[in-house]
Design a protein around this ligand. Structure first.
Ligand code: ADP
Ligand code: MG
Length: 238
């Protein structure tokens, strides 16, 4: 089954076209990384997949169902942002519960799902703390925990590590890789960090000016970049 299918997806803001005819299929369980320079359209593409922005034209399919005009909450996705996007007045538990409450999940289910996410991410000691009482890494784990509790078919990560220092970045990257193995869910991960792309991806999608420049496994892109642009991002030093 295909987790995500994009057909000729275009996105414009006013007269400015930011995404041009994006075609992409992500398989069930696949870890796909989008890379490309700042402003090339990575976040916009993720937001179109999430339904936070509507495609100007083209078609979005998630888990075999067309969702081009479906609201975000009904797409079976969960998104993790660079900025964590936690509510400051709620503790970690409250932040993780919010989406499930909005879905109308019963209390018992909410408690179970939070316990499960907290166990996976070693967040048990921090559930009663508000964001201000957590470190950056703990906040990001709460944001990831919130995504896990939704049991999405597809996880979307937008540069989730870029606010963390180097050591924490490595730890959290390893946790995300473990999470992918544990859950077997499909993941799309945006980064401009070569190490993250090379170590996490089953497949890398290189974006440039709102177009897909090249797609392939990390080794394919490293050994056989289509052009200097891709080589500059991921290729072997020449
Ligand atoms: P990236 O995530 O790769 O850095 P973005 O997807 O954030 O790139 O942005 C791609 C382009 O779209 C940029 O030129 C940006 O200014 C523009 N853009 C993004 N969001 C909006 C918006 N809401 N309104 C107008 N322009 C936008
Ligand atoms: Mg971005």
């Amino acid at each position: 089954m295909t987790a995500l299918k994009l057909d000729r997806v275009c996105k414009s803001f006013g007269k400015v076209q930011v995404l041009h005819d994006i075609d992409l299929a992500v398989e069930e369980g696949e870890f796909v990384v989008f890379v490309g320079p700042s402003g090339c359209g990575k976040s916009t593409l993720l937001r179109v997949i999430a339904g936070l922005e509507d495609a100007t034209s083209g078609r979005v399919e998630i888990g075999g169902a067309e969702v081009t005009r479906t609201p975000p909450a009904k797409r079976g996705i969960a998104m993790v942002f660079q900025s964590y996007a936690l509510y400051p007045h709620l503790d970690a538990r409250g932040n993780m519960a919010l989406g499930l409450r909005q879905e109308g999940q019963p209390k018992g289910v909410i408690a179970e799902r939070i316990a499960e996410a907290a166990r996976i991410l070693s967040l048990e000691p921090y559930l009663d703390r508000r964001p201000a009482e957590l470190s950056g890494g703990q906040r990001q784990r709460v944001a990831i925990g919130r995504a896990i509790t939704r049991q999405p078919r597809l996880f979307l990560f937008d540069e989730p590590l870029s606010n963390l220092d180097a050591a924490l970045r490595m730890n959290t990257r390893i946790e995300i890789a473990q999470l992918h193995r544990t859950l077997g869910a499909s993941m799309i991960y945006v980064t401009h960090d070569q190490t993250e792309a090379m170590t996490l991806a089953d497949r890398i999608v290189v974006l440039r000016d709102g177009r897909i420049e090249q797609t392939g496994s990390p080794m394919e892109l490293y050994n056989d970049p289509a052009n200097r642009f891709v080589a500059g991002f991921l290729g072997a030093p020449s």
